[in-house]
Design a protein around this ligand. Structure first.
Ligand code: KG4
Ligand code: ZN
Length: 333
């Protein structure tokens, strides 16, 4: 069966065809139209501009996904669309497009949670992966631990109480002049600095699996502002390395505690920040030491994409969780 996935929750319009055969999910196409260059002018995503850009791209992106997969709409057995969480105007574009396509062509429609989509990316890259496993989702809007008890069955066991790790990277990247989103540039710069140069507070909260990233963000801003006031040069590479190290160490510490607490032997990392080279290496090292299996999708499946939405949608389809014309989008989880 072919599944058409559609994603428009933030600043990427994406359509993908995946094929499910004997329980194995295979990507046939995964087309992504990024709006990053447009939003870069404003230093962050402008919701109204994002919605309009989705409207302009959604039809041609879907056509390209079908053409690249070498199939037509009549071959599609299910349409899976991200309905939440995300920017409401942006989500509504994908939801209304998918709804129209599904009902005009009599194709079953399923609703997908964007975070469940990120986790499902791992089923595409590691076809032998089966629940239960521990999942850590680190993205621009989320930093959460879930016990994946079954396909699309999750129990949240910890997470951030304020900002997400991706936001924390982007904020400091922006302050030191990196183009939006600063996460990837900060990652590269961190390789060139001294991670022990500046002491930052740990975002890992004691006696829990939770995080708070607002403290480390403020601490880094204070460091930058106080240097400016004194007319002192800061070493941006040391700042990037120390800041990254504090965030990565906190995620590793809480992940290790979550593995111990749950007794699970597999850790799946996903979300846009899963592309961070320091985080990937540090979590892999911790898992190797503990004898746990570490899984992270390839970079191409870490950021927002529709293949992961199609994968999660397949499990909804299998459960018979179909949507009807009342399907709506929601900004919340
Ligand atoms: O999952 P995603 O594409 O969108 C959301 O669902 O939020 O994640 C985007 C986030 C941004 O904050 C971006 O800066 C961050 O992922 N990101 C990175 C890296 N690549 C992307 N953060 C740190 N290091 C990276 N290499
Ligand atoms: Zn995302």
């Amino acid at each position: 069966m072919y599944i058409l996935g559609m994603e428009s929750s933030c600043d990427e319009t994406s359509a993908s065809i995946i094929q499910a055969h004997d329980g194995i999910l295979e990507i046939k196409s995964n087309i992504i139209a990024s709006q990053i260059e447009t939003h870069r002018l404003y230093g962050g995503v402008v919701p109204e501009i994002a919605s309009r850009a989705h409207i302009e791209a959604v039809s041609s992106i879907t056509r390209e996904a079908l053409d690249t997969a070498g199939i037509s709409l009549s071959d599609v057995g299910c349409i899976a669309v991200t309905t939440h969480p995300g920017l409401i105007g942006a989500l509504l574009v994908g939801v209304n497009f998918a709804k129209s396509l599904a009902f005009a062509n009599n194709i079953p429609l399923v609703s997908v949670n964007h975070i469940h989509g990120h986790i499902s990316a791992a089923y595409l890259s590691h076809t032998d992966l089966k629940p239960p496993f521990l999942s850590v989702v680190v993205s621009g809007g989320h930093t959460c631990f879930y016990v994946c008890e079954g396909y699309n069955e999750f129990r949240e066991i910890g997470g951030t109480r304020d900002d997400a790790a991706g936001e924390a990277f982007d904020k400091i990247g922006r302050v030191i002049g990196m183009p939006y989103p600063g996460g990837a540039a900060l990652d590269r710069m961190a390789h060139t600095g001294n991670a022990d140069a500046i002491k930052f507070p740990s975002p890992a909260l004691r006696d829990s699996l939770d995080f708070s990233f607002s403290g480390i963000k403020t601490s880094a801003l204070n460091y930058i502002n106080s240097a400016k006031q004194k007319d002192e040069e800061i070493c941006e590479a040391d700042l990037a390395a120390s800041y990254t190290s504090a965030i990565v160490s906190a995620i590793v510490k809480q992940s290790e505690a979550a593995l111990c607490q749950t007794g699970l032997d597999t850790l799946v990392l996903s979300g846009g920040v899963a592309a961070n080279s320091h985080l990937r290496a540090a979590l892999e090292k911790m898992c190797n030491k503990k004898g746990a299996r570490f899984i992270v999708p390839p970079m191409s499946l870490c950021g927002d994409n529709a293949a992961m939405i199609a994968a999660s949608g397949y499990f909804e389809f299998e459960k018979g969780n179909f949507a009807d014309t009342a399907l709506n989008a929601s900004a919340c989880d």
